[in-house]
Design a protein around this ligand. Sequence first.
Ligand SMILES: [Fe+2]
Ligand SMILES: [Fe+2]
Length: 269
Amino acid sequence: MTLIHRQPNMQFEGVPGHWCNNIEFGAFFLAGSTGTPAVEPFLNQVLAQAKAKLPPQHRHLEDDIDNFVKQETEHYKIHNAYNAEIFKSYPFLREGYEAKRADYRQFLASKSHKFNCAYSAAFETLALSLAVFLFEETDEYLEGADERTLNMWKWHLAEEYEHRSVCHKVYQAIYGDYFYRVKSIIFAYRHLGGHNKRIYQQIMEHERADMTPAERKLSLERERKFRRKLIAFQLPKVLKLFTPRYDPSPAKVPAGAQAILDHYALASM
Ligand SMILES: [Fe+2]
Ligand SMILES: [Fe+2]
């Protein structure tokens, strides 16, 4: 696998919080962006620590780790720039970001490397499924969407696809403990889901404060519909994670993602 360090030039001045027609779908991604610069520096530290722990026969993973760190660093830098604009209209989001960041600091300070590595691998499975979801399942939400926001997410999630197997391979190379991996998936999904839900609900409380009762009812219906779709998409993918031979490497490239990867690779040359 060759991971490319792309450095897109993205500007977000005046980028809208309502970036697509479906406020609830949009808020789900706003919540995701809020937490991105909290989790990605954590992943980078965990993988940097992993380099010294790789058994000799797995040293070839060092290059992938370096490139993974470069990609994730670019992700959180871009999301920080995006979030700085979004936080002007949604200042309360800083609190959600800080809460998540505090958790990762605590993980690094007090949890084992095995825990952090398994958590990172679990996180990356979620990033991979979100990539497939965005590219293949969300056309109904994206007509007329803000191009800068959509391009940011497409670039980011296409790279999540590209580096999908790095954390898994590193965990397997150093620890390879199946039951611990399964336990960590359950922990990580609950942990991430809890944070994302709290941030999402804050956004939606803010949005619904100005809605009429009829608009509010419609908003809640759209939210239920989106949730149902997301769960129906995620569930079979989560079940596959629990198989002992789970391997993200053969996952096929989401429709349209390769064009995005090629475009930003050229733009970074
Ligand atoms: Fe990322
Ligand atoms: Fe990632």
